[in-house]
Ligand binder design. Structure first.
Ligand code: EPU
Length: 426
C-alpha cells in the first residue's frame, strides 16, 4: 500500500492544471447506457473511481478503449451498442457507491435493472431512498432481494417528484430515468450542482428535452430516441478549490488553470475573507498568500453554498489561521474523521455534534497520519504542506479515488511530496 511523504514548509510557485470532475464524469458515463452507440469522452479524469465505473460498464456489455484511458491524455471511447447484463454486482458497488447511477438508465433502456444496494460509508449512512421512491413514482416496480434492488418497468411514465433533500446522484438518476419516459417529469427541490447541469447538458445534446437545469425545478419532457456523441467533462471544482487552499497552507502563489471559477463563488469569497488574494479569469484562478490568514466560519450547504467536499480542506487551512473558526457540516452526519488526524499534527479542534470549533495555532507539526475518506485525505495533504517537519499519510488509496496524480501536480509547483511504498509491520 502506498503512502505520501511530505516535508512541509516549501512555498508553492507556478501553475497547476485541474483535471476533469469525477462527480461529473461518473453520471456522464452512466448516461451512455441510455442508448446504443459510440460515445467519446474528452477530459475524462484518470482516477480509481472512474476506472471502476468503466469496469462496471464493461460488465454490462460496453466496449471501452482502456488503452486510451490508461495512456492518460487521449479521448476515451465507450460503445454501448449492445448490453450483456443489467446487474451491478455487490463487488463493484461496495467499492463505489456511485454505481447506483446505472439504475435509472438501465431501467429506462432495458426495462429492468438489478443493482446491489450501497451500504453506509465512512462519512455517513447515505441512504438512496429518494432514488428508489422517484423510480416508483414513475411506475417502476421495485423489490429488495438479497441486498439487491431489482427494478422493472416496461416504459416509465412521467411524474411529479419532490425530493425531501436536494440529492445530487438522486437528481441525476431520476433525470436519466425520465429522458425517455412517456410524458413529462417534474423534479422539485432538485440538486443544482454544476455536475447535475453537466449531465443535463449532455442529455440535451443527445436529444433529450430538459429545462430548468441549475434551478430547483427541473422539467424533463420524455423523448422517443437519444443519440450518442462526443462530450467534454467539466473541470473539477473540488480539485481546483483544494489547490487554492494549498497555496493557503503552504504559502506562495499559484495559478490554477483549466478551472471554472464560476463554480467556486462561495469558496473563493470565503478564502478572500480569510486573507488570500484571489483573482479569476474565464478559466483560471490566481491565488497569493501574503502570509497572514484570519479565521472564517463555514457552513456546508447544497450548491451554490459551501460544498461539503471542501469542508475537510478548509478545516486544515483554519488550523493555523488566527482566531476561532466554527465549521458546521450539514450534509453528512459523520464527516469529521479528519479531526482526530489533524489533532495528531497539533491542531486545536473541538467537535460538538455537527460543528467543529477550530482555534488557530501557530504551526502544525508533521506526524504519521491516516486517510479515512477521499476529502479527509486531501485535508491531510494540505496540513502536511504547511507543517513543520515530515508528514506521512497512510491509506492513500482514498486519495487516488478522486485526485489525479496529486503528488505530481503539487511537486511540479515546488512542494516536497513523494509517493512511497509503505512497509506494513504485519
Ligand atoms: N440522502 C438521503 N436519501 C437519498 C439520497 C440522499 O437521505 O436517497 C441524503 C444523504 O444522506 C445526504 C444528503 O441527502 O445527507 C445529500 O446527499 P447526496 O445524495 O446529494 O449525495 P450523493 O449524491 O450520494 C454526491 C457526491 C458526493 C458529495 C455529495 C454532496 C457523487 C458521485 N458524489 O453524493 O461526493 O459529497 O453529492 O455534494 O456525485 C466526494 O466526491 O468526495 C463525494 C462524497
Amino acid at each position: 500500500m502506498d503512502k505520501l511523504v511530505i516535508k512541509g514548509g516549501k512555498p508553492l510557485k507556478g501553475s497547476i492544471r485541474v483535471s476533469g470532475a469525477k462527480n461529473a464524469a461518473l453520471p456522464m458515463l452512466a448516461a451512455t447506457l441510455l442508448t446504443g452507440g459510440s460515445f467519446i469522452f474528452e477530459n475524462l479524469p484518470r482516477l480509481r473511481d472512474v476506472r471502476t465505473f468503466l469496469h462496471l460498464l464493461k460488465e454490462l456489455g460496453a466496449k471501452i478503449d482502456f488503452a486510451a484511458y490508461e495512456e492518460g491524455e487521449r479521448p476515451v471511447s465507450v460503445d454501448t451498442g449492445s448490453l450483456a447484463s443489467y446487474e451491478a454486482s455487490y463487488d463493484l458497488v461496495r467499492t463505489m457507491r456511485a454505481s447506483i447511477l446505472v439504475l435509472g438508465p438501465l431501467v429506462s433502456r432495458t426495462g429492468k435493472a438489478r443493482v446491489s444496494l450501497p451500504g453506509g460509508c465512512a462519512i455517513g449512512e447515505r441512504p438512496v431512498d429518494m432514488h428508489l421512491k422517484g423510480l416508483e413514482r414513475m411506475g417502476a416496480k421495485l423489490s429488495l432481494k438479497k441486498g439487491y434492488v431489482e427494478a422493472k418497468g416496461k416504459r416509465l411514465k412521467g411524474a411529479e417528484i419532490y425530493f425531501d433533500i436536494p440529492t445530487v446522484t438522486g437528481t441525476e438518476n431520476i433525470m436519466m430515468a425520465a429522458v425517455m419516459a412517456k410524458g413529462t417529469t417534474i423534479l422539485k427541490n432538485a440538486a443544482r450542482e454544476p455536475e447535475v447541469v453537466a449531465l443535463g447538458d449532455m442529455l440535451n445534446e443527445m436529444g433529450a428535452r430538459i429545462s430548468g437545469l441549475g434551478t430547483a425545478t427541473v422539467v424533463v419532457e420524455g423523448v422517443k430516441d437519444l443519440r450518442p456523441g462526443k462530450f467534454r467533462v467539466i473541470p473539477d471544482r473540488i480539485e481546483a478549490g483544494t489547490f487554492v487552499m494549498a497555496a493557503g497552507t503552504a504559502g506562495g502563489s499559484l495559478k490554477i488553470e483549466q478551472a471554472e471559477p464560476a463554480h467556486l463563488e462561495a469558496v473563493l469569497s470565503k478564502l478572500n475573507q480569510a486573507g488570500l488574494k484571489i483573482k479569476t479569469g474565464k478559466d483560471w484562478i490566481r491565488v497569493e498568500n501574503k502570509g497572514h490568514l484570519n479565521s472564517v466560519d463555514i457552513k456546508t450547504m447544497p450548491y451554490p453554498g459551501f460544498p461539503t467536499d471542501l469542508q475537510a480542506q478548509i478545516m486544515a487551512l483554519m488550523t493555523t489561521a488566527s482566531g476561532l473558526s466554527v465549521i458546521t457540516e450539514t450534509i453528512f452526519e459523520n464527516r469529521f474523521m479528519h479531526v482526530a488526524e489533524l489533532k495528531r499534527m497539533g491542531a486545536d479542534i473541538k467537535t460538538e455534534g455537527r460543528s467543529a470549533v477550530v482555534r488557530g495555532v501557530k504551526r502544525l507539526h508533521g506526524a504519521p497520519v491516516m486517510a479515512t475518506d477521499l476529502r479527509a485525505s486531501a485535508s491531510l495533504v494540505l496540513a502536511g504542506l504547511g507543517a513543520k517537519g515530515t508528514t506521512e499519510i497512510h491509506r492513500i488509496y482514498h486519495l487516488d479515488r478522486g485526485y489525479q496524480a496529486i503528488e505530481k501536480k503539487l511537486a511540479s509547483v515546488g512542494a516536497d511530496i513523494r509517493r512511497e511504498k509503505a512497509d506494513m509491520p504485519y
